[in-house]
Design a protein around this ligand. Structure first.
Ligand SMILES: Cc1ncc(COP(=O)(O)O)c(C=O)c1O
Length: 408
């Protein structure tokens, strides 16, 4: 098989052009790198947030410096702390679980289903009297079953934080991800659907939560016309210094306008590739609840067993699909690959959060085997990134490689 030329992922990076360059150089020329004051008041973060509100269809949007920071601030604002359990899916990213630990609470793993997102049935089984928060993660571009998740959350009166880091621009029946739960967060890191290199966004429709996250991302107070002001008592906090810079805001304010095109391009390639792969014996795809709302950056292929998945990935890599993964080997996206979680590494020598008396009833195991249904799917599934600039020839050659790799 002839080796093919397959691009790296980094969806938004391919779309950077003069527009981002001009916005960034405007910030530099004006000497206004800080969002709240500066020599020439560039105001790009303001612009990004204003556009985000209309794009996602929400009342409040706050730019921050990373998705990790957004998660930590949002969990804090939602009252997560000692004595609390937070439910996350077994297929995740280390930062999501890390934010729970940073807030001195205990993560509880939930199985995912064939959609590779949180399984609503298992979610209900994992709820205890200590469950404070549910964190559905729209993994690898595909929205979760939010109708089922919200129904359960409402029945048990538990808050929901949507982690949309991997699904920016995704939607369910036309409603954008991030607007179903109490708070939605996004990442603008380089390998996300839109990027400013680093960066994040918090969205909500709840005024109190907005002022809480605002306080939390800054200095523990709010700002009026860029100047610190004392908020209502509920929003006085310990700020984490996670403001977005004007340089990030400049890039983000341009990229967010390109996001629908980036998503459209990936989704179109993904649909064409899946169509060309349809009907292959022993090959199934992850379940997609709303094919129109998928944001498209990955295809997940499910094979009959581990042996076939291992052999197919090896061949695909050798023939040029250098960035495919058997999902079990996809690093810190798999709960049992996270050493700090498996070993319950504390935040400090005090042993927190694992040794806190408030958490004594929340004793969970995070080793392989904790989520058997997910473990089985991890072992026999393959993740293929779909770059946002594929040509029809590249799509066809990838299909040829995959077909050949799947031959017995
Ligand atoms: C699901 C998920 N949540 C959170 C994050 C953290 O975002 P950031 O890298 O911007 O801190 C990521 C980033 O990779 C992610 O994939």
């Amino acid at each position: 098989m002839k080796k093919i030329d397959w691009p790296y992922e980094f969806p938004g990076a391919y779309w950077i052009n003069k527009k981002e360059e001009e916005a960034v150089s405007d910030v530099i020329k004006k000497g206004s790198l800080f969002r709240y004051y500066g020599l020439g008041k560039a105001k790009y973060v303001d612009r990004y947030e204003a556009y985000a509100k209309s794009f996602y269809g929400c009342k409040y949007a706050l730019g921050v410096n990373s998705g990790t920071g957004a998660l930590s601030i949002a969990m804090n604002a939602l009252g997560v702390g000692p004595g609390c359990e937070v439910i996350v899916p077994a297929f995740l990213w280390v930062a999501t679980v890390g934010a729970i630990i940073q807030n001195n609470a205990i993560p509880v793993l939930c199985e995912f289903d064939e959609s590779f997102n949180m399984c609503p049935d298992d979610l209900e089984r994992k709820i205890t009297a200590r469950t404070k928060l549910i964190v559905p993660i729209h993994m690898a571009g595909n929205p979760c079953d939010m109708a089922a998740i919200m129904k359960i959350a409402k029945r048990h009166k538990i808050a929901v934080l949507e982690d949309c880091a991997q699904c920016n621009g995704g939607s369910i029946k036309g409603k954008k991800v991030g607007t179903f739960g109490d708070i939605g967060i996004f990442s603008l890191q380089l390998n996300k659907n839109m990027t400013s290199g680093e960066g994040g966004l918090i969205i909500t429709n709840n005024e109190k939560l907005y002022y809480k996250v605002f306080s939390g991302h800054d200095m523990g107070l709010i700002r009026i016309n860029g100047r610190l002001a004392k908020p209502e008592p509920y929003a006085i906090a310990w700020g984490q210094g996670r403001r977005m810079t004007e340089l990030c805001g400049a890039v983000a304010s341009v990229q967010i306008k390109k996001l629908p095109k980036i998503v459209k391009s990936m989704l179109a390639s993904k649909k064409r590739i899946k169509k060309m792969l349809s009907g292959i014996k022993g090959l199934a795809f992850r379940k997609i609840h709303d094919p129109q709302g998928d944001s498209g950056p990955f295809i997940i292929m499910i094979l009959e067993n581990e042996k076939k998945a291992l052999s197919a990935v090896e061949k695909m890599k050798a023939w040029g699909l250098h960035n495919v993964f058997r999902i079990a080997d996809y690093g810190l996206h798999i709960y049992y690959n996270i050493p700090s979680l498996v070993n319950k590494v504390p935040l400090s020598e005090a042993g927190n959060p694992w040794c806190l008396s408030e958490n004594s009833k929340s004793n969970y195991n995070y080793e392989k085997g904790a989520c058997p249904k997910s473990d089985d799917l991890f072992l026999r599934s393959i993740l293929l990134p779909i770059p946002s600039i594929l040509t029809p020839e590249q799509e066809k050659s990838a299909v040829a490689v995959i077909k050949e790799a799947l031959k017995d």
